[in-house]
Design a binder for this molecule. Structure first.
Ligand code: NDP
Ligand code: 2IT
Length: 445
């Protein structure tokens, strides 16, 4: 690695001990920026790399709440406001027991470049809590969200910081969070959160956007190679928001989705996933994926092993970070995978990414492939600011156009910097240079 980049990375390690996911996300970006700092010495001169790796603000707070048995519980809340050079901080909230500062920072760091790639005026941030929503009643979820917002409200706002959903945070949670924000501030400030319900300020297509966008990106990759999705066999991991709507769009475009999963195991359904049943099990009933196999003849549930052992031509990891390692990559490559696109954030380990590159598999990193979610959040902010509400078709077209632009700009930058076809380098270079140029213009702040 270039000496200046190495110095910046060493500083990240020294200042953020034990935050391995954050280290991984930073290294993945810095590793590809050598040609950029060589061509643009002004970035290093103004310490842009060091500045971009240090969050503008990190907020950690106590979240006390009372469970259904009357017992007081304590969780930890986070909001990392990473970079606001391009717009208000923007990024989701994750509720999962694994959440700690290193996870929030990795997600916030990725979000800076992803948001820049959308071409829309949004900075990067992320938040969440180590709260585990699994098995909690609706009333418990509501009390937790209200307590979380009782601290968070003072840090956010439509011009300051605009949270949304991520793992464990969907429409229900955004509703409770917005209700508490409105109550405390006495303001109907729609633009303070995205992912709202359609009846109270939400945008059409936001629910579908991340999954749809990932599939639009895959479609662009295939088209650039004179191919398409018709009849392609696909494996998807996860069965949450991103996975479900990726499956929906894949099926609309003629692909056959043969597997999906949750943290308890995976299902194989060679006839193609029954989407109505999947939605009923996961969205309406909030049950485990094993119930899908119980109710669908011909489908099998596997509770040990990896969903990536299922033969497929396209693999979409849509669950969580580091869920696909080099062993999984090896299995996918042996089975003839052609395209891997990250619906989740950083689901592939660095070793897996290297294996795909060595094998000539087209690999789309999350900050490009899953940017459709946050892009549609920015479209929700536009609708809120103009007190407007767009139709489904118009909004979906805007999303498709944004994904096409991201795909094109990644390929163009990869070419320009001598790495044709390398979406990882392309995405990092485009995202980084946009933010770096804005930071240069804004001075040392
Ligand atoms: P959901 O909470 O809706 O679904 C998450 C899915 O991933 C569930 O099936 C869950 O299984 C599985 N999962 C989560 N953690 C683990 C784990 N540690 N091990 C195995 N499986 C796990 O979240 P989303 O679909 O919204 O998010 C999925 C990914 O997409 C995340 O990486 C998120 O950061 C990313 N993303 C989300 C966007 C959005 O708009 N929602 C936008 C861009 C990226 P189980 O229920 O068993 O825990
Ligand atoms: O990782 C992500 O891009 C998200 N969870 C969506 C963020 C957003 O603000 O819509």
């Amino acid at each position: 690695m270039d000496e200046k980049l190495q110095h910046a990375y060493d500083e990240v390690l020294r200042r953020n001990p034990g935050e391995s996911e954050f280290h991984q996300a930073v290294l993945e970006v810095l590793d590809t920026l050598g040609p950029v700092v060589a061509k643009h010495p002004e970035y290093a001169d103004a310490a842009i790399i060091e500045r971009i790796c240090e969050p503008e603000r990190q907020i950690i707070f106590r979240v006390p709440w009372v469970d259904d048995q009357g017992q007081t519980r304590i969780n930890r809340g986070f909001r990392v406001e990473f970079n606001s050079a391009l717009g208000p901080y923007k990024g989701g909230l994750r509720f999962h027991p694994s959440v700690y500062l290193g996870i929030v920072k990795f997600l916030g760091f990725e979000q800076i470049f992803k948001n820049a790639l959308t071409g829309l005026p949004i900075g990067g941030g992320k938040g969440g809590s180590d709260f585990d929503p699994k098995g909690r009643s609706d009333a418990e979820i509501m009390r937790f969200c209200q307590s979380f917002m009782t601290e968070l409200y003072r840090h956010i706002g439509e011009y300051t910081d605009v949270p949304a959903g991520d793992i464990g945070v969907g429409g229900r949670e955004i509703g409770y969070l917005f209700g508490q924000y409105k109550r405390i501030t006495n303001r109907y400030e729609s633009g303070v959160l995205t992912g709202k319900g359609l009846g109270w300020g939400g945008s059409r297509v936001r629910t579908e956007a991340t999954g749809y966008g990932t599939v639009f990106f895959v479609d662009e990759i295939l088209r650039s190679r004179g191919d398409d999705l018709e009849g392609k066999k696909v494996a998807v991991s996860g069965s949450g928001n991103v996975a479900i709507y990726a499956i929906e769009k894949l099926q609309q475009l003629g692909a056959v989705v043969v597997a999906c999963s949750d943290s308890g195991g995976y299902v194989v359904d060679e006839a193609g996933i029954d989407l109505a049943l999947l939605k009923d099990v996961k969205e309406a009933r909030r049950q485990r994926i094993s119930h899908y196999a119980d109710e669908r003849s011909g489908a099998t549930f596997v509770d040990d092993g990896s969903v990536w052992s299922v033969p497929c031509e396209i693999a979409l990891p849509c669950a969580t970070q580091n869920e696909l390692d080099d062993t999984d990559a090896g299995a996918l490559i042996r089975n003839g995978v052609q395209v891997v696109a990250e619906g989740a954030n950083m689901p592939c380990t660095p070793e897996a990414v290297r294996a795909f590159a060595d094998a000539g598999v087209a690999f789309a990193p999350g900050k490009a492939a899953n940017a459709g979610g946050v892009a549609t959040s920015a479209l929700e902010m536009q609708q809120n600011a103009s007190r407007d509400s767009w139709g489904f078709e118009h909004t979906e077209q805007r999303l498709a156009e944004i994904m096409r632009n991201i795909h094109r700009s990644c390929l163009t930058a990869a070419d320009e910097y001598g790495q044709p076809g390398n979406y990882v380098a392309g995405a990092n270079i485009v995202g980084f240079t946009q933010v770096a140029d804005a930071m240069l213009a804004l001075g040392v702040i």
